[in-house]
Design a protein around this ligand. Sequence first.
Ligand code: C2E
Ligand code: MG
Ligand code: MG
Ligand code: MG
Length: 293
Amino acid sequence: HADTAMYGAKAAGRNNYQFFVPEMNTRAFERLMLENALRRGIERNELILHYQPQIDAASGRISGCEALVRWEHPDLGLVPPAQFIPVAEDSGLIVPLGEWVLREACRQQVRWRDSAVGNIQLAVNISALQFRRNDFVDTVARALEDTGADARCIELEITESALMQPDDHLIGRLDALCALGLTLALDDFGTGYSSLSYLKRLPISRLKIDRSFVKDLPSDAEDAAVTSATLSLAQALGLDVVAEGVETPAQRDYLVTRGCNALQGFLYSRPLAAEALEVWVGEFETIAPEALG
Ligand code: C2E
Ligand code: MG
Ligand code: MG
Ligand code: MG
């Protein structure tokens, strides 16, 4: 084990070896191993994007997809983001990882543009750490330029918590992103503490209602109150709303009746690899949308 531990510390980018004493807690050790494995995984192109369709409530057609990263580990198989995004954020690996995600989504937008899938919007999750870097706008501009992606078809999802207490500087950064032609969505909406005056100042186009509020719709009275209040608020502010985690026709109906613009969830599809998404689009477009719910 000593060898592995030494290797781990070296690979972690430190200049000298560190010896781990047996008392070192197992979780910290596992985390370091995971961090090193993830660093290698990024280098070895083991990351892959899956795409989850978003359905336009008015037309019943696919309007876009959210790009969701997975890690295809040679031994562990497909690792979900909940298991490695936190490690990526703690270690700073989220910066190269996030840039890869953005560029890959842009490349996919270009590949699909001229295919049967067409010019659909791709939503990309941006971590607070990426967004708060001074070179973030440049990174996005370069990704668009290098890939030739249509900026109007790229939406950046920034979490409500990442935009906590936004000062003029951060709002300026959001404006600069909009000036590139892309759109912004506020992810996990309802889980933070946005004030109304704050929401009004943000140059966002959409709110994403967090899955935790959708899960127990329509029976849970509090979740029902939160989602319908969110939908009224969005309408008043001229924002579109997409609900995530829509699993049942009852949830869909509750949301659509109250003005929700787009729906994303297992009712329609799980996140799919690009090729599977292409097949799904072909099948979805040939059946009447009503048949799905
Ligand atoms: P998120 O951005 O809120 O993404 C939505 C999550 O809800 C996805 O989980 C999706 O698979 C899941 N979901 C969608 N519809 C349903 C449903 O009907 N039922 C259930 N049970 N789940 C549903 P996933 O892919 O595991 O991603 C989890 C989180 O990891 C994301 O939450 C996001 O915060 C983060 N994440 C994923 N990809 C990226 C990425 O490329 N960059 C960053 N920074 N974070 C990412
Ligand atoms: Mg998201
Ligand atoms: Mg979300
Ligand atoms: Mg969420």
